[in-house]
Write a protein that binds this ligand. Structure first.
Ligand SMILES: Cc1cc2nc3c(=O)[nH]c(=O)nc-3n(C[C@H](O)[C@H](O)[C@H](O)COP(=O)(O)OP(=O)(O)OC[C@H]3O[C@@H](n4cnc5c(N)ncnc54)[C@H](O)[C@@H]3O)c2cc1C
Length: 292
């Protein structure tokens, strides 16, 4: 089912989880367990990332197939076009179409940190170019990425919104946002979207706090602000107590999600990092409080 149809019929905000393909046998075992625990929550859909340059091409397709056919879940296949030429783009999307994927999130992707990858000479520089290429060729429900704090390379938040509007004008039917820890960034972003005439559903991405190191690393990569509230909350925890940190992260996310739901978001998209514990606790708490 297309996401836009799911949102038309859903009585409550949707619950969805992002997963990525496992890169080792040990990670694959952990992912199995994560999937079992997340499936038990009956999410409205899940999403599967795609390694830029095609690095997880086969793994992403296999995971999507498993989630769709094995678990009966609706799936968004992310597609990062960085470095790929037209033939590869078509091959990946054809393979997704062949296994019945109806929803795709088109992103640009970034050059791999390890380097050593040569982009195809005809690869497309921006997600809007990918949208222009993909939209006329497929009937997928297409979405794109949005950045409440502005994309890290964007010259300004205003320019970033202009480029987002271009992606919507080229056929994006929904937006999934990068996470932020202060909802005000998301609400201001929504206002900028509305002012720019962007009227598609905007699904907030929510990143629970899993570890201080991961939080710092990811935030520095994508430019997310770690708020004083988070820093002070973590400082007050017993040093090195992983359980206490997870609980703090869960409480913080429950509060954040509650506020987003009250503001009328179409759903919550949880970045699981292939872990289940926090997502399960967050969704169960929101449900027990009647928010979902
Ligand atoms: C929900 C979500 C899912 C993601 N999934 C993946 C994934 O599966 N795999 C992966 O590799 N990455 C993924 N990413 C990361 C994403 O690839 C990076 O953030 C990337 O740097 C930007 O992708 P984009 O699609 O937003 O790019 P774009 O929309 O192309 O924007 C990239 C930058 O260029 C600017 N820009 C856009 N258009 C133009 C233009 N025409 N002229 C000049 N400047 C322009 C923008 O302001 C921005 O700064 C995801 C991000 C999000 C938020």
């Amino acid at each position: 089912m297309k996401l836009t149809d799911i949102w038309k019929t859903s009585q409550v905000p949707t619950v969805s989880f992002e997963l990525f393909p496992a890169r080792s046998e040990k990670a694959a075992e952990k992912l199995e367990k994560t999937i079992d625990e997340l499936v038990a929550l009956k999410p409205d859909f899940v999403s599967v990332t795609f390694g830029a340059g095609g690095s997880t091409r086969e793994g992403s397709r296999q995971l999507i197939e498993k989630l769709k056919d094995g678990e009966g879940l609706e799936v968004i296949g992310y597609f990062a076009g960085y470095g790929l030429g037209p033939e590869d783009i078509l091959a990946v999307l054809d393979s997704y179409q062949a296994i019945g994927v109806e929803n795709i999130l088109v992103v640009r992707g970034d050059p791999p940190h390890e380097g050593g990858f040569t982009p195809h000479p005809e690869s497309l520089p921006y997600a809007s170019d990918l949208m222009a290429f993909v939209r006329p060729r497929y009937d997928f429900c297409l979405g794109v990425a949005g950045y409440p704090e502005g994309h890290i390379d964007a010259p300004s938040k205003e320019k970033d919104i202009e480029y987002l509007k271009l992606k919507v004008d080229l056929g994006a039917e929904y937006i999934i946002t990068n996470y932020c820890y202060d909802n005000q960034f998301f609400f201001d972003f929504l206002e900028r979207c509305q002012a720019a005439g962007i009227d598609v559903p905007v699904l907030p991405g929510v990143m629970p706090i899993y570890s201080v190191k991961m939080m710092e690393t990811l935030a520095s990569l994508c430019g997310a602000t770690i708020t004083d509230e988070i820093r002070q909350g973590i400082d007050a925890l017993p040093e090195g107590d992983k359980e206490a940190l997870l609980s703090f992260g869960i409480e913080f996310a429950v509060q954040q999600c509650g506020e987003l739901i009250e503001a009328g978001v179409p759903g919550l998209h949880l970045y699981t990092m292939d872990r289940s514990e926090s997502s399960v606790a967050i969704v169960n708490r929101l449900r027990s409080e009647g928010l979902l």
